[in-house]
Design a protein. Sequence first.
Length: 222
Amino acid sequence: MGIGATLFMSDKFKAVDSTYSEFIAQDYQAEVDLVASTRSLVSIGYAAYQTLAYDAQDPAFKAASDFYKDTAGSLIARLQQSKGGRPEDAEAIDAFIARSNDVIAKTDAAVKLGSGRAAEALAILAQADILIRPLLSDMRDLTTLMKKNINARANELTQQTRSTIFISLTMLTLIFAASIAAALLVSARGITAPIARLRERMTSLARGDTAVAFSSRFQLKR
């Protein structure tokens, strides 16, 4: 019974651990990815403007251009990962991805124009800025909502863990109490009582009483 109770508790704690691991892998990671994507969104505008600061022949232009490409790719990748972590927010994140692609289309056009056509490129980047500001605000709003949901879910899991511990310990206590009671009952009926009867019969024999047979399984043989 003790082994069974231990296995029961292990199963319960394993279920709680699996739930918490899933929570970390999905909800928490989704928030992390969305926060990272907001940083990428801010960086993409800066990276695009940076490419206009250098001539195409300048080695610094290549570094700025590579930084821009990495930032643009990171933005979409992070948003995709965030959507995979929280399916309930998939529709909102799909909208973010579409709006981010609109931003990238404009910053790509500006980067292609380069410093040689800086005036045109800056005009396009100004249009991208108009798209970035509300998108950034909406992404931050969803991040805040995710954080609230994570806190609520974390509290729920804490209560579930405490409940599991309490129920498991209570059941374990009851099982061991029942085991002890059963052991005492078996001992009283199967061992103590026959020995007491044997002692009584031996006492009567010592007094010379040989007429009465042993009770139960113990019979006096003449």
